[in-house]
Write a protein that binds this ligand. Structure first.
Ligand SMILES: Cc1ncc(COP(=O)(O)OP(=O)(O)O)c(N)n1
Ligand SMILES: Cc1nc(C(=O)O)sc1CCOP(=O)(O)O
Ligand SMILES: [Mg+2]
Length: 218
């Protein structure tokens, strides 16, 4: 998987990881073994987003875990983040690649559609994200997907991310179907700060049991 390691992909949320708790919550996710982090904040001012992204970038660099910025290649470039996650409405992958360079990690939302995945691969995506697999309180309107798309997507030869309503109790079928990364907001952060590290460790144990190449580092 190159710079990407299989495992828990922790995604922040301005309601569940508010400013005062953001850094400690992500630090707990990293201590519990998260292998990828995404800074996702749809509401805060650009100054706040810049400060928070910088703080998370320092933290993630110290942990040796890539930080991706949701939606915003410019912010990723400004803070020196490892890359971006782009949805289908978030601007072109090629433009982000030009801005961030060949080593940046660029992930693309593919919903439940393999045609979008092939296009993303042709355009140089580093991972493909499918979802939502379960009801999501974070993004209830995201289009639904079936786990079989994860299996079908294996033939593209890129790391596969699953997202949407994932908790420790419903995650196993997604790894068994072919997910390399489980992208989680509520299932990681909605139990309060003290739960985050335990939950992250539980996801790690699930990967250790079911993912062919997962390496337990914590
Ligand atoms: C890992 C991952 N997968 C999917 C998404 C969703 O991206 P997008 O469709 O652009 O929606 P928003 O997150 O921008 O609301 C994601 N962020 N991360
Ligand atoms: C940001 C996002 N994108 C989705 C998609 O299906 O593309 S689902 C989703 C929300 C993920 O949060 P939670 O783990 O709380 O459901
Ligand atoms: Mg987006």
């Amino acid at each position: 998987m190159g710079a990407l390691k299989p495992g828990l992909y922790a995604i922040t949320d301005e309601r569940l990881t508010p400013d005062a708790e953001l850094v400690s919550a992500v630090a707990a996710a990293l201590a519990g073994g998260a292998t990828l982090v995404q800074y996702r904040d749809k509401r805060s001012s650009s100054a706040t987003r810049h400060r928070q992204a910088s703080e998370l970038n320092t933290l993630c660099r110290q942990a040796g875990v890539p930080l991706l910025i949701n939606d915003d290649p410019e912010l990723a470039a400004r803070v020196g983040a490892a890359g971006v996650h782009l949805g289908q409405e978030d601007g072109s992958l090629q433009a982000a690649r030009e801005q961030l360079g060949p080593d940046a990690i660029i992930g693309i939302t593919c919903h439940h559609r393999l045609d979008l995945a092939w296009t993303a691969r042709d355009n140089g995506a580093d991972y493909l994200a499918f979802g939502r697999f379960y009801h999501s309180g974070t993004k209830p309107g995201a289009p639904p997907a079936e786990p079989s798309v994860l299996t079908e997507a294996r033939e593209l030869g890129l790391p596969i991310t699953a997202i949407g309503g994932i908790t420790i109790d419903n995650a196993e079928p997604l790894i068994l179907a072919g997910a390399d990364l489980l992208a989680v907001v509520g299932g990681l952060f909605d139990g309060g700060p003290e739960q985050v590290e335990y939950r992250a460790r539980d996801f790690g144990r699930l990967f250790a049991r079911h993912h062919p190449t997962f390496f337990q580092s914590v």
